[in-house]
Design a protein around this ligand. Structure first.
Ligand SMILES: [Fe+2]
Ligand SMILES: [Fe+2]
Length: 364
C-alpha cells in the first residue's frame, strides 16, 4: 500500500433549516461547544456553525450549514445514514439515553452490535445520530491481524426479529440525568455510515483513494438481507479511532440520496498540513480521481472529491484551527468573517437572524 493512509475524520458537515435550533441541540443537548459562528462563505446571508470538543480538535468537529429555504433531503445511495459519536462505556451510554429522553428526544437501543453498543436518535432536522461505545472492538470475532477477510454472521440474538426489543427499550439509567458530567462526555466521531449500491467499487475506492482497509464484512443487523462493510485506518495491529467509515450495501440502482436539510453535505478527512494536503491532491490525481484546487476555508485548507456513489469528500488541514481569530477561551462567541467579507460586516450581520436571545443590556 502507498504512504497515503488517512489519519481519520476531520469533520462532518450537515444541513439544517434553522441555526438557532441547531445550536440549541448540538451545544446544549449533545454538549458540543460552539467553536465558530460564521456565515456560509458562498451564501453569507446564512450561518455556518462549527461545533467541536477541546477547542475544535479534528475528529470531533461537526459543522452545520443553515439552508432556511431548502426542502428536506432524503437518505439514499451516495448519502450518509448516520454519524456515531463515541462514549466510554455502556453505563455512560445509558446516562445519555436518560438525558436525551429528559430533553424530549426519542432514543432507540441500546443495541448490542457486538463490536460496540449503540443508541440512536435524530437531530431536529432528522439527521440520524448514534452514540456508540468505544469497545469491545472489531477483534471481538476475528483476530486483530486478520480483520475484514471473512463475512461475519452476527449472533441471531443481535438481529432484528431475533433480539428482545422490549428488554432493549426497558434498559435505562435508573435516575434522571440532570447534567452531562465529565464521564459522559462524547469523545468525537466513532464512525460514519452511508449507503452504496456497489460495495466492490466502494472497497476499491476507499483502498485506492484513502488507503483504508476493510475491518469488518458483515450484514446490516437491522436489515439482515443486506451487507454492511466497515473500513478504517488499520495496520494489522489496531484500528485507529475516528477513522471508521461504514456502508450499507443496497441493490444496484437503489434510490439516490437527495441533498437538503436533515442530510449530510460532506465528510472530511485529515491532512497534517498544507504540504501533506498538496501531496494528497497529487495522489488523488494520480489515481484519476477528480479533485478540486486547494481552497482556503480560513480555519483549514481543503480539497474536495467524490466517491463513486457521489458522496462529497473533503481533506482538510489540521492547522490553523479555530483559535486563529478568537481567544481559545472565547471561541464561538462573536460572528467571525473572513477578510474578504469584513467590509460587508454590518450588512451581513443585519441580514442574519439572531442566534440567541440577547442578554439584557446588549444588542446583537
Ligand atoms: Fe452506526
Ligand atoms: Fe468541510
Amino acid at each position: 500500500m502507498s504512504d497515503f493512509v488517512t489519519e481519520g475524520f476531520h469533520h462532518v458537515t450537515l444541513v439544517a433549516h434553522d441555526a438557532r435550533r441547531t445550536l440549541a441541540f448540538y451545544r446544549d443537548i449533545l454538549g458540543f461547544p460552539l467553536v465558530k459562528r460564521t456565515v456560509n462563505f458562498d451564501l453569507p446571508t446564512t450561518y455556518h456553525l462549527y461545533f467541536g470538543l477541546d477547542g475544535g480538535k479534528p475528529g470531533t468537529i461537526v459543522t452545520v450549514f443553515e439552508w432556511p429555504d431548502s426542502p428536506r433531503g432524503a437518505a439514499g445511495v451516495g448519502g450518509v445514514h448516520h454519524h456515531a459519536f463515541a462514549v466510554s462505556d455502556q453505563a455512560q451510554q445509558l446516562k445519555w439515553k436518560r438525558w436525551l429522553q429528559g430533553k424530549g428526544v426519542p432514543v432507540s437501543g441500546p443495541y448490542d452490535r457486538g463490536w460496540f453498543t449503540s443508541i440512536y436518535f435524530t437531530d431536529p432536522d432528522g439527521q440520524v445520530l448514534e452514540i456508540a461505545t468505544v469497545g469491545p472492538g472489531f477483534d471481538l470475532d476475528e483476530p486483530i491481524e486478520a480483520l475484514g477477510r471473512e463475512l461475519i454472521q452476527p449472533n441471531p440474538g443481535r438481529l432484528v426479529g431475533g433480539r428482545d426489543e422490549a428488554a432493549i427499550r426497558a434498559m435505562n439509567h435508573p435516575e434522571p440525568v440532570e447534567v452531562i458530567d465529565d464521564a459522559m462526555r462524547l469523545h468525537g466521531i466513532h464512525h460514519v455510515t452511508g449507503f452504496t449500491d456497489d460495495l466492490v467499487a466502494a472497497n476499491e475506492f476507499y483502498e485506492r483513494a484513502l488507503g483504508m482497509r476493510l475491518v469488518k464484512k458483515s450484514v446490516n443487523q437491522d436489515d439482515p438481507d443486506t451487507l454492511h462493510y466497515f473500513w478504517a485506518n488499520y495496520d494489522g495491529t489496531r484500528v485507529l479511532p475516528a477513522s471508521d467509515l461504514t456502508l450499507f450495501g443496497w441493490p444496484k440502482g437503489a434510490r439516490p440520496a437527495r441533498e437538503g436539510t436533515g442530510q449530510t453535505h460532506h465528510i472530511a478527512f485529515r491532512a497534517r498540513d498544507e504540504e501533506q494536503l498538496s501531496a494528497w491532491r497529487e495522489h488523488l490525481r494520480e489515481q484519476s480521481i477528480g479533485v478540486t484546487e486547494i481552497r482556503d476555508r480560513t480555519y483549514f485548507k481543503s480539497i474536495y472529491f467524490r466517491s463513486p456513489d457521489g458522496l462529497l469528500h473533503e481533506i482538510a488541514t489540521d492547522p490553523p484551527g479555530f483559535a486563529l481569530d478568537e481567544a481559545p477561551d472565547h471561541l464561538g462567541e462573536e460572528l467571525r468573517l473572513p477578510p474578504w467579507l469584513e467590509a460587508q460586516r454590518d450588512q451581513i450581520a443585519a441580514n442574519l437572524r439572531p442566534l440567541e436571545a440577547s442578554p439584557a443590556g446588549r444588542t446583537r
